[in-house]
Design a protein around this ligand. Sequence first.
Ligand code: AQP
Length: 336
Amino acid sequence: MEEVIAKKRILSAIQPTNTPTLGNYLGALLNWIKLQDEYDCAYSIADLHSITVRQDPQKLRKQITESYALLLAMGVDPKKSIAFVQGHNPAHAELSWVLSCYTQFGELSRMTQFKDKSEKHPENINAGLFTYPVLMSADILLYQADLVPVGVDQKQHIELARNIAQRFNSVYGDTFTMPEPYITKTTAKIMSLQDPTKKMSKSDENPNACISILDDRDTIVRKFKRAVTDSEAEVCYREGKDGINNLMSIYSAVTDKSFEEIEKEFSGKGYGDFKLAVGEATADMLAPMQAEFQKIINDKKYIGDCMREGAEKAYKASRKTLQKVYKKVGFVELPR
Ligand code: AQP
């Protein structure tokens, strides 16, 4: 008899805080698409996470639908993978509560994203911002994920998910799969175009700092033209050339050219030529996905059907884990 080997499970999510940036796309989303054949993938729009920062309800609703449509436009196949909105599966919030009782205050205080975001929003340092990594651990552990494709900024949160899983497993016996981060080296961290020492972020207040993946061609080219570089005029990857290094990483990811090839291509040319090439190549790469998005976003029925199917599949895939956890900690199952 032929042996059937179960595919490994992948889980990843993106917050609908704004339109995804080129950083989200190259650092995480592109991998989501590539991994669908080899793995059993679950991809979600992390609406629960997004309210750690105050959101305008009307805008958030629009962003959730758009982000979901973008996943479909990018090539997430709702038949092959589980494509769902996190808040449509109540098990995330339920497991998160249990896991928060197995997470130490000290562990959460060390999370750099909490420190960064509290500095950015001093008027709203809420408990959700602090416990965000517990909810992220629940997202991952609920689906028994083996791999989590993320940018390098999320590595610390995956470490925490592993610590929580290990702690729970050692008390109650094997319950959770130990997840591993899946990080692509060159695009692990795309930097801001205006301050290349900071990561490109979709909630950056300066629109010139990031490329939104729905920006039109002219906007993309203009933003790259304005990108901060240095006073030399040499396109090469070297320490201290943060702006150029970032543009080279982007160009390399978009065109598949090595740094060596890029240095050769622009040897003797100025930064103007290089920036134009990066802008045009990026716009070319995004164009087919943008066209697909325009088709999907107007088909509300299709989006609704996919969301419903995704929610059902997500619930089914996670229910067993939650039941197991409730049983292990000593909760009583409702008699049928
Ligand atoms: N600059 C980046 N370079 C590479 N990867 C990145 N990611 C984010 N920024 C970069 C990866 O994108 C995925 C989705 O991120 P998220 O929406 O969950 O939240 P985030 O990491 O907080 O992303 P942003 O863009 O900075 O959002 P805001 O501004 O809302 O906080 C993750 O896998 C992340 O690693």
